[in-house]
Design a protein around this ligand. Sequence first.
Ligand code: SF4
Ligand code: SF4
Length: 439
Amino acid sequence: MKRNLLSFPGGIHPAGKHKELSSSTPIQTAPLMEKYHVVLAQNVGKPPKMIVEPGTEVKKYQLIAEADGFVSANLHAPTSGKVTGIVNVPGAMGSLVPAIEIIADGKDEACEAMPSIDWQNAGRDELIRRIGDCGIVGMGGAAFPSRVKLSPPPEVKIDTVILNGAECEPYLTADHRLMLERPEDVVIGAAILGKAMNVENVVIGIENNKTDAYEALLPVAEKYGVKLALLKVQYPQGSEKQLIYAITRRKVATGALPMSAGCVVQNVGSAAAVKTAVVDGRPLIERITTVTGEVVKNPGNWLLRIGTPVIEVLKLAGGVTAEPGKLILGGPMMGFAEKSFDVPVSKNTSGILLLSEDAAYKFNSTNCLRCGRCVAACPMLLAPCVIGTAVEGGRTDLAAENHVMDCLECGACAFACPAHRPLVQYFRRAKAEIRRQKK
Ligand code: SF4
Ligand code: SF4
């Protein structure tokens, strides 16, 4: 059947998206681990405050850290066991971050579930409160607390809820398998989000390389009045501003939030977690993660509890077939390189990617060739070459004039650049400097 595919200007199509390594592997549930390290700072905003003392016996799903302020998110115990206290574990970019250590007692004993909410007849406040209580964040990578996104100021009119099922990053297939294997959870979660925002127009955007997921979602979506939109395979189709444009043709103005275009965007994994929270009364303690890369023996998709050490996950995947060149949490375009396999799984760990030494090979960069390929690739219609040259010359002011703060850090320009210029690193540096100057 010929379908009308939606998209946005710019972007790239990374050759060989490598999704075939894991896309046909059904989700497997990881066995219980001996210990879990639940990182405190795993949401955008303020980390939650630990509310359990060292030595406390906790049950699975028990609240162990409470949101500290509006932009923060609760954390819950992934299993029953003893809290030993705070330990420092590897975090993003080689830093050490505090985590609550739980030694599992092997019983996996759960505390009482919260009452199920009759969401079709529930009020908006009750739904949003439950989503906040259950610690749900953007699970596509952003980790922004969902409760905050669902609470725009009263003067902002929201008329559309969009679910991001694009999964446009190479290698990642966790959202694909979720939509294919648990379509009811995704669609009911979408419908609950629509109810929480008082909007009728709820749309799930799916890239056209996942038509089996589209077919699985369709009958359930029709039942709950949720629409499906097929999107062109184009990176970064799952970025909020690009997704909003592809589906509604609305543009989010420079410096503005997606809500200014009347839209709230959530990831499909977050929507499934919303269904679990509202209908089953259970908080977010696990997620589906793609474990992949050319040197992983058995690439696949795993249901992992938050706090599981990556080294244990790699053992489940059969280990490696060759010396890995690079470990990335997330996808290769927007994920974060990690130095240690002891890093634990967080709410936003969409992928555990081991690149081969060849794939991780670092090219030497040269001067800009003025070829313009980065400009054609940029989904934000920026001039990455101009901004990059400005940053290289120490001219953060020029980078700001050329709208570096609008950069999504999607990496499409760097991918397209034949001179292998470290454009995203330049932009991150400039953005940090501009934020520092504003303080
Ligand atoms: S990283 Fe920034 S400048 Fe480069 S393509 Fe993405 S949005 Fe454009
Ligand atoms: S793609 Fe690279 S070499 Fe070409 S204009 Fe952009 S920065 Fe310069």
